[in-house]
Design a binder for this molecule. Sequence first.
Ligand SMILES: NC(=O)c1ccc[n+]([C@@H]2O[C@H](COP(=O)([O-])OP(=O)(O)OC[C@H]3O[C@@H](n4cnc5c(N)ncnc54)[C@H](OP(=O)(O)O)[C@@H]3O)[C@@H](O)[C@H]2O)c1
Length: 321
Amino acid sequence: MVNRYRNAVIFGGSGFIGRYIVRRLAKTGCQVVVPSRHPGQATYLRSAGAVGQIVPIAVDIHDDQSVANAVAGADLVINLIGILAQSGRNSFEAVQHQAAARIARAAKAAGVRRFVQMSALGADASSRSAYATSKAQGEQAVLSAFPSATIFRPSIVFGPEDGFFNRFAAMSQTAPFLPLIGGGNTRMQPVYVGDVADAIVAAVETEGTEGKIYELAGPRTYTFKELIDLTLAQVGRPKKCTLSLGFGMASLLGGILQNLPGQMLTADQVELLKTDNVVSGAKPGLTDLGVQPTAVEVILPTYLDKYRIGGRFTQPVSPAS
Ligand SMILES: NC(=O)c1ccc[n+]([C@@H]2O[C@H](COP(=O)([O-])OP(=O)(O)OC[C@H]3O[C@@H](n4cnc5c(N)ncnc54)[C@H](OP(=O)(O)O)[C@@H]3O)[C@@H](O)[C@H]2O)c1
């Protein structure tokens, strides 16, 4: 039997992954509320539904009453809120642990039927990375407030608006080289954003996914260096335009850059790169939800072509050159 929802509330629905989930849920006919710090910046989502179907609202995720107001009347709540760098009161602990707990508690109190929590591969309460520990604590807090919640742990997510391939492709246009942190040996399994959204929608529509943790990954494992080489090939630069940067030096650099506007790199991100970002094999994944993983090589050319030297109609160079 397919579960249908009348009122979905998607925290973080204005972000990269969120917009794909908002669009898919809107197609099922449900009302979609998107709580955001900047609801004005989320109005672009409205065109994905009928008039009045997608509604951005203001929320303060650090405030119980504000969160309770946001989830009132919902039958489905999805929490996608996450940050890669801390600033001010938006620490990993406050955003990825305490706010996740607050949203799950409010959803339970409001009688919400289904809850989805977006975590990440590498979530680990004993990690030296504050990002990874807060994701693990967020999972635990959500499950204790809302035991039937479904948790998703994706590897790096790619797609037209991603922060990984776009960042390195943009950097390659001006920087003389791209940094291979830790020598570029960290292993990753990039997963396509459309597949992540399909998996989440499939999970909430299907009985038997409650209380489970899904690890979401693409069809192949790559090293960080291989992903940088793929990016360089797409933008038409030879793969020798890279520089190996040891973890120690990268951590020092991150410690400086994290205090500058834009926070291009943080020491915590360097810490994360010390651990492979691949599935454990012990948890269900995309195919268990009926989703066939899409290869990076199929999608990258469709959005990295805008960075290509000589214009988007020139041919990418071979990654082997
Ligand atoms: N992208 C990846 O490669 C990847 C990999 C693994 C896991 N994830 C997880 O997937 C989730 C979504 O990631 P994404 O790539 O879509 O990130 P994103 O584009 O940065 O979106 C993050 C969302 O979180 C919201 N948010 C952040 N801080 C907030 C705060 N203090 N109050 C209210 N809203 C806040 C933002 O909303 P406003 O700014 O509009 O308020 C935005 O909608 C995150 O939990 C992330 O950790 C992502």
